[in-house]
Write a protein that binds this ligand. Sequence first.
Ligand code: SER
Length: 319
Amino acid sequence: MKKILVIGSTGQIGSELTAELRARYGGDNVVAGYILGAEPKGELAAGGPSAVADVTNGEQLAAIVKEHNIDAIYNLAALLSVVAEQKPRLAWKIGIDGLWNVLEVARENNCAVFTPSSIGSFGPNTPHELTPQDTIQRPRTIYGVSKVTTELLSDYYHTKYGVDTRSVRFPGLISYVTPPGGGTTDYAVDIFYAAVRGEKFICPIAEGTRMDMMYMPDALRAAIELMEADPAKLIHRNGFNVTAMSFPPEKIYAEIKKRVPDFEIEYQVDPLKQAIAESWPDSLDDTAAREEWGWRPNFGIGAMTRDMLEKLSAKLLNK
Ligand code: SER
């Protein structure tokens, strides 16, 4: 990879992934793609080139790829699970019509493509405990339907046209930088904001509901290491199960309370989020990622909680 385009560079993953890619490959070699209304600011704007890159506009993507001589695209444009249920047509337009544009541009210009899949690609009849790499994927959310389609279409472009497509199924991602918007796993980020602000946390997910999670530094490494992996070793491509931890709300609450003793939680379960959460795995088996490209997470629940509280306190309280 010499020249990279990040589509969705100001979003939950993109804002941090763009900075990490620039640190590794040089600021000038990573173009921050954004849509109008979500312009890069601060470091993201200053650290390298940027361009309007609307995933629904194939001609615009092709022009950027040609102008900057792009050879790898990180395609991070998506709506998260809850908001996608409210806007299913838009979720499909961005997730799948957009992916089609990206894959076509990649085919014509010989680019590698990374597009995240998710634990949302699984459904109620998927085995929930140690969910295997290859298993039943019959999700009932439009988010999940678009993620399964993402995996299939990306595999199709690889086998039919030789496009170097790669993907991971991200679990819930936890970060103190850019908050997620409209996902089912957002509570695992929101709970830290409540703890640091000294507020009671109103939890939309019921006790006992386990989901896979990952701290953002591990997620960024997963994406980059998969894209750098030796293709000869990849049996799978789109997408690999990856996980770092799996917990229900009461476990992350207890972990935070060790360090914030006055912290309180109250459960007000959101029926839509709860139904989605219950349809997703309780814990993923990421053996294939470990064996095929050496995946290993660095952060478990304890290390993640310590780092989150420290960094989020610095961000919210020292302004
Ligand atoms: N974090 C995502 C969501 O909750 C799952 O991939 O929608």
